[in-house]
Design a binder for this molecule. Structure first.
Ligand SMILES: Nc1ncnc2c1ncn2[C@@H]1O[C@H](COP(=O)(O)OP(=O)(O)OP(=O)(O)O)[C@@H](O)[C@H]1O
Length: 308
């Protein structure tokens, strides 16, 4: 038995002149949660749909639970759960009918009533799908992906459009699944989602992997325990700011208008930076001291915002 939940090598997918996936490699061990993180159009959905067997690759190899998703689709489908982007159901079907219908196709389903309750959907269990809110439809779609007790689930932006409370319910449920040994591959452009849920994060951009690893490894500082970051107008004189700081501090414009002060941060350094900005007539916005997050990792790697 293959020990990988998903193994992707040299994956390429083109739509006419657009190369949506451009030589992607991913190795995802069983029982782990992997987040594909990237901006709109990065190739996340295309990659997931190839893993699900809905699309054929142009080049490269994909194995899901050791199987070819297209050739071995019949054997693979009962073992995976799929939550597509935007969900999907018969508009008139009631929430609990929908879930029971999907459960009836599985050999050993979870209890639909428990799942509805866990996802906060009990109060709307008799509501037709089309009258559920977007976030409720998403949660029902997630319930449908999970009710068959899959070994591996693919979740394409599982919490898109959810309010923070619903998002928390989903995160808790995904945490419980992981404890049960279920493998989860999810796509997101929410850094906090990737940081909260994933054992491993693969950052994709333009159909390529630009970084991967555990969130803590990706966000680890190179040399300092803390850094100071702020945003201001593009093109500040970083050498001049560095000169105002004690010797050994470095200042970089990591991306246009995003500044980073490298060196041990103490109250005096923060005060010097804000005073220097004030002298330049510049407002230092989003001033932040601490560990960098995945958002900053992405910004530093690509020079662009993740949500752009
Ligand atoms: N059916 C299609 N026909 C033509 N181009 C497509 C098709 N599907 C996707 N693309 C293009 O392929 C690229 C990757 O799209 P994909 O949906 O995989 O990205 P994504 O990372 O999932 O984005 P999002 O976060 O917006 O869902 C984009 O440039 C997109 O416009």
């Amino acid at each position: 038995m293959s020990s990988a939940a998903v193994e992707i090598t040299g994956l390429v997918k083109r739509y006419g002149s657009v190369t949506a996936v451009d030589g992607l490699d991913i190795a995802m061990p069983r029982g782990t949660v992997l987040a594909l993180l990237g901006p709109n159009g990065a190739g996340k959905t295309t990659t997931v749909e190839i893993c699900e067997g809905f699309l054929r690759p142009d080049a490269g190899s994909v194995r899901v639970l050791g199987l070819d998703p297209v050739r071995d689709g019949k054997r693979l489908r009962p073992r995976i759960g799929v939550m597509p982007q935007g969900g999907g159901a018969y508009p008139g079907v009631r929430a609990d009918e929908m879930l029971r219908l999907v459960a009836s196709c599985a050999a050993s389903p979870l209890d639909p009533a428990w799942l509805l309750d866990t996802l906060g959907l009990s109060p709307v269990r008799r509501t037709p799908f089309k009258r559920l809110s977007g976030g409720q439809q998403q949660r029902l779609s997630l319930a449908c992906a999970l009710v068959g007790r899959p070994e591996l689930v693919f979740l394409d932006e599982p919490t898109a459009g959810m309010d923070p409370q619903a998002r928390r319910l989903v995160w808790d449920l995904l945490g419980a699944l992981r404890s049960d040994g279920v493998s989860v591959l999810l796509t997101t452009h929410l850094m906090e989602e990737a940081e909260a849920l994933a054992d491993d994060v693969v950052i994709v951009d333009g159909g390529k992997v630009i970084a991967n690893g555990a969130p803590s490894a990706l966000t680890a500082e190179t040399d300092e325990a803390a850094q100071l970051r702020f945003k201001a107008k593009v093109g500040l004189d970083t050498a001049l700011l560095a000169a105002a700081l004690p010797e050994g501090y470095r200042v970089q414009e990591a991306a246009p208008g995003a500044y980073r002060v490298e060196g041990a941060v103490d109250p005096q350094v923060v005060s010097t930076v804000t005073a220097w900005c004030a002298q330049q007539g510049v407002l230092a916005e989003e001033l932040h001291v601490g560990r960098r997050g995945l958002e900053e990792v992405f910004l530093e790697l690509t020079g662009r915002e993740l949500r752009a």
